[in-house]
Design a binder for this molecule. Structure first.
Ligand code: PDD
Length: 302
């Protein structure tokens, strides 16, 4: 982000000018990545799945023992206010809660005033050709920060593994990294959930494998049921991923984004598959969004 980009910030409920948007170097979010966050978006000025994002934020907070100092309703009001600060139809809203400042040192117990920060920026979405042709992804072998801890699946802001994975993916021209653990199990993307299609059945790793319980993912579970598509939450191996007929990733900003190449392997026919399109359409229908898929817009100039 550069100073010339437009964005809006609120810190602890107060609107703050762009050049005044600062928090202390003693904030544990800065010192230890001791914080949690959510990313939501608007469609034509309306925040998508606000309640689900708030619920997940509070669940993440519980998992890492951060006591969010405001109620869910108050936080929702603040988020709506933050979103109203930029007059654009499609926004990305980051809601970030750090443990705040405490006695210097690792021990979190003395830090009792979490800091809440909201950052609102114009939304950037994948290009139409990425939806039309699919993207390339790259595998990345790793554990994540919270794996095998009681905080597994919390949206903690320490995204070091994801950013290393994405950096490596970008270095080989891929748009997303897919994290595979030490046992060859596919977990999720750097910032997305992963799905495969094989013989007409959609599969995605279960939440108890420590993945983020994606809001888009939860809508896709409903969308599949609504559409009569079979979607199973089961472990996935790297081999199953590479041998799939179709692969796609899901996230708030990307909705359903087809993956047609992983490392040097072509997925299926190398074209976006029918089930990926069907579930994307169904997602838009149950989410109350216009039926036309991004990347499939007649006469679009984007
Ligand atoms: N990230 N898995 C990870 C690791 C993520 O960071 C995300 C989203 C998802 C998808 O979750 P959802 O459908 O709720 O967006 C899965 C957001 C978009 C981000 O950090 O930018």
């Amino acid at each position: 982000m550069t100073e010339s980009e437009i964005f809006a910030v609120m810190i602890d409920g107060q609107v703050v000018a762009q050049d005044q948007a600062r928090i202390s170097v003693f904030d544990r979010g800065f010192l230890y990545g001791d914080s949690i966050y959510e990313v939501m978006r608007t469609y034509d000025g309306k925040i998508f799945a606000l309640r689900e994002h708030i619920d997940r934020l509070f669940r993440s907070a519980e998992q890492v023992f951060i006591d969010i100092p405001v109620s869910k309703d108050r936080l929702s009001q603040e988020i709506l206010h933050a979103a109203s600060l930029l007059e654009l139809p499609n926004l990305l809203i980051r809601v970030h809660i750090t443990r705040g400042i405490g006695p210097y040192g690792l021990d979190p117990t003395g830090a009792r005033q979490p800091t809440r920060v909201m950052i609102v920026v114009p939304l950037l979405v994948p290009s139409e050709d990425q939806y039309r042709d699919g993207i390339a992804a790259a595998l990345f072998q790793s554990q994540r920060t919270t794996d095998n801890t009681s905080a597994a699946g919390a949206k903690v802001a320490n995204y070091l593994v994801s950013l290393l994975a994405l950096r490596q993916a970008h270095a080989v021209g891929a748009k997303e990294a897919i994290i595979v653990d030490g046992r060859g199990r596919v977990l999720e993307g750097a910032s997305s959930n992963v799905f495969i299609v094989r013989s007409g059945v959609i599969r995605t790793p279960p939440v108890n494998e420590g993945i983020l319980s994606g809001i888009t993912r939860s809508y896709l579970l409903k969308a599949a049921a609504h559409e009569g598509l079979e979607l199973r939450e089961t472990s996935l191996t790297q081999t199953e991923l590479l041998d799939a007929d179709e692969v796609f990733v899901s996230s708030t900003t990307r909705e359903v984004l087809p993956v047609t190449r992983i490392d040097d392997r072509t997925i299926g026919t190398g074209k976006v598959g029918p089930i990926t399109r069907a579930i994307h359409r169904a997602f838009r229908a149950i989410g109350g969004l216009p039926a036309i898929l991004p990347g499939n817009r007649p006469n679009s100039t984007q």
